[in-house]
Write a protein that binds this ligand. Structure first.
Ligand code: ADP
Ligand code: MG
Length: 452
């Protein structure tokens, strides 16, 4: 409720009249109550300013009960009254934190910690490096780069580093920035909206640990990349920790400035692979417990089914699980969750997920064929020219990395090739990408097309 200044003043006058009436000694009243006023009312908090420092002490001890009861009577509500000296009110106003000129809204999410990150073979190295860095920022691998597909826990680890650093070294200034946020801030900055503070200098003076999420967003934004490069170099020279994430290996990000690309991978680049089923199951069990539920109320097949169907992306897995909870609490009310109930709760999601997978293998083959002006059947057929063989390997590589299909199954799609042949093909592409720029560019472009 908004209270106007005059309403508040009138209220306090009424209160004073009542207090005065209840006091035996008018001199005491005059001495300690005269000239007091309400500074502000917010929710149930009332701040009262007495006429001196000593009056603050007297009113808040000896007369507290009297004042409380009169206020309750006059307002018919329970205010929590604080007596504050006039000077300290002024000070409180003055020491309002100065708004930082850049990334004022940036926060580290306290929900993402190392403790609630489930570790398995696919993410172990990334987890280990992140943990070590949070204990020794700037001293080990710089920059640490974590890359891997969507929903595999990169952002989670970045925030976990931030939270752990802040806990262990409260004085260290940690900044989390999403690359998109960096672009926006940069645009505001070049448009002169930051009252003269230099962005590059600001980073140098104000940030000790810089966490940048999804750096692939910087690609193709030449001026932003240049500025980011200067910021990065300054921090690096000063021995400050930088941690980056990317949803693809920077070697394959199209349009990323060469010197940034080489900086990004110059420390420790680590891949998070698609999370294996057992780890997904552990994540689900953790989620169940975090929701205050009992794992035993879920049939093991339910957990296995969810991990299998949605585990390619933990974000999707979490979404599906939340849907299941909603369903069992609101629609099909049940305490014990069995497989048919679980499948019902997410049937449309699961179909979409299946369709995506089926579509994607075909989609990859047709995208690669298209890129090399071939027909899809030429890719999956037996004819071998060097051009076709290379396109075929790229398609296998993309199917493997984007969909995590087993080699044997890829072999079947490509006209019955064996496990070793497919693996060789995939490895050939993996290795050549590092040195062959044209190949890296082709793969990068294909990945970009397939994401649409
Ligand atoms: P990315 O940044 O790689 O796209 P996120 O870090 O945003 O993925 O993860 C998506 C969701 O999955 C988040 O809610 C995150 O907490 C959760 N998640 C991912 N990996 C794990 C893990 N290993 N253990 C627990 N939760 C995880
Ligand atoms: Mg992310």
């Amino acid at each position: 409720m908004e209270n106007s200044v005059s309403e508040i003043a009138a209220l306090w006058d009424r209160i004073l009249v009542k207090i005065k009436a209840k006091m035996d000694d008018q001199l005491v009243y005059d001495t300690f109550f005269e000239g007091s006023y309400i500074d502000s009312i917010q929710d149930n908090k009332m701040i009262v300013v007495p006429n001196s420092q000593l009056a603050v002490t007297i009113l808040s001890t000896k007369y507290k009960d009297l004042i409380d009861s009169v206020v309750r009577e006059a307002t018919e509500s329970n205010f929590e009254i604080r007596f504050v000296d006039k000077d300290s009110i002024k000070k409180q106003v003055e020491i309002k934190p100065v708004k930082q000129p850049f990334f004022a809204d940036s926060v580290i999410n306290p929900q993402y910690t190392f403790k609630n990150f489930v570790v398995g073979p696919s993410n172990r190295e990334a987890y280990q490096a992140a943990l070590m860095i949070s204990q020794n920022p700037g001293k080990l691998f710089n920059p640490l780069l974590i890359y891997g597909g969507s929903g595999l826990g990169k952002t989670h680890l970045l925030h976990a580093i931030g939270n752990a650093v802040k806990e262990k070294y409260p004085g260290i200034r940690v900044l989390y920035v999403h690359a998109q946020q960096f672009l926006n801030e940069f645009i505001k900055y070049v448009n002169g909206q930051n009252e003269g503070t230099n962005l590059v200098d600001w980073f140098k003076d104000s940030v000790d640990v810089l966490l940048v999420d999804d750096v692939q967003f910087l690609a193709g934004k030449i001026r932003t990349e240049e500025t980011f490069f200067s910021i990065y170099n300054n921090l690096q020279t000063a021995g400050k920790q930088v941690v980056l994430t990317s949803d693809v290996n920077p070697a394959q990000v199209d349009g990323l400035e060469e010197r940034l690309r080489s900086r990004f991978v110059s420390g420790l680049p680590l891949l998070i692979s698609p999370i294996e089923k057992e780890t997904c199951e552990s994540i689900l069990r953790l989620k169940i417990e975090a929701n205050g539920l009992d794992v035993n109320d879920f049939d093991p097949e339910v957990i296995a089914y969810f991990a299998e169907t949605f585990g390619k992306n933990v974000r999707v897995l979490e979404g599906a699980f939340e849907r299941l909870l909603f369903y069992t609490v609101n629609i099909h009310k049940t305490k014990h969750v069995d497989l048919p109930t679980a499948m019902d709760s997410v049937s449309s999601l699961a179909e979409a997920q299946d369709a995506k997978t089926q579509l994607s293998e075909e989609k990859i083959i047709s995208a690669v064929a298209d890129y090399y002006s071939l027909a899809p059947y030429q890719l999956t057929g037996k004819i071998r020219t060097s051009q076709i063989a290379m396109a075929r390997h790229i398609a296998m590589y993309l199917i493997r990395t984007l969909l995590d299909v087993p080699f044997t199954k890829i072999g079947q799609t490509f006209g019955g090739k064996d496990h070793a042949t497919v693996m060789n093909g995939v490895q050939k592409v993996e290795n050549s990408i590092k040195t062959d720029k044209d190949l890296a560019k082709a793969v990068g472009e294909l990945q970009a097309r397939l994401k649409v």
